[in-house]
Write a protein that binds this ligand. Sequence first.
Ligand SMILES: Cc1ncc(COP(=O)(O)O)c(C=O)c1O
Length: 367
Amino acid sequence: MALSPTPRPGVLDIDAYVPGASQVPGGQKPIKLSSNETPLGPSPQAVAAFSAAGAKGLERYPDGEAAVLRAAIGRRFGLAPERIVCGAGSDELISLIAHAYLGPGDEGLYTEHGFLLYRIVVLAAGATPVVASETNLKADVDAILAKVTSRTKVVFLANPNNPTGTYLGIDEVRRLRSALPGNVLLVLDAAYAEYVRRNDYEAGLELVATTDNTVMTRTFSKIFGLAGLRIGWAYCPPAVADALNRIRGPFNLSAPAIAAGAAAMADWAHIEAAVRHNDEWLPWLTAEIEKLGLSVTPSVANFVLIHFPDTPGKDAAACDAFLKGRAIILRRVAGYGLPGALRLTVGSEAENRKVIEALAAFTGARS
Ligand SMILES: Cc1ncc(COP(=O)(O)O)c(C=O)c1O
């Protein structure tokens, strides 16, 4: 019998991540509200830095330490650059964390409707995924703690979570950290942190600074508008930064990405404009959708989860097809255990108005 290469156990249990759709039948330019990208685009300064970096020197390897970018992040948040590790998106950092801290026999824990990548990276590392139930579509510290065993090595918590848009206040996150065994690495995935406007929310900077077993990951893909460049960062205890630096690709960020990320970090006015835009349109979308008789999970991020009735022709799948017929793309979230819901990213004013018009036509509120 012919021998053939076999992936190691776990790999073929992975359902590959399916990104938010970006095309509609007929090739029309769609309104894409499926990937939580910003309608404001990147900072013009980031685009200029990207172009300048792309215009010359592409034959050279980039700075493998991404020093300029780590310094810019450190300046903005008052952090020591040695504790910052950059990656090709926070996806890469989440994956590196799993590979550094999980292996066969270990358990990686995350919540019921948590970001889909966690299951993928846990399985890819050869470890066992363990899922804690949520309460009202929100992470539940007691439910997470109830799932901890002597094999648990990493807990992943998206805060705020995608696709629910719910969050845990810092007191609950601290309670989680204090109750977890010291050898369990707590990963606070704060991809949407900049959008959150709640007094009881913290992304986790202080917790990382004051413990040796908590990591926070962040991204340039959402509010910074640089998803296409793939830039993320992790703020780590020194020993965790050391472990990630040992296993990451030596040149894991391109030179244009390093330059654009550093410029984007320096343009905080652009971020503030994006926060103002979200503050205006997130409540507007929520209220307009509720007026149509659909329920919305209260969100602190740049997207909302819309719940549909389980009636054929009126359910989430039917709405998705209806909207695609109008070249509007939302995100189906059946893979997150939410077959009755669609996730809608806050778009530009024109996009938001169009999507509400289309939802009104779908529900029969307006034609
Ligand atoms: C909660 C969460 N974490 C991480 C990511 C990964 O983002 P990126 O790899 O683009 O930094 C996403 C993207 O959708 C996300 O929603």
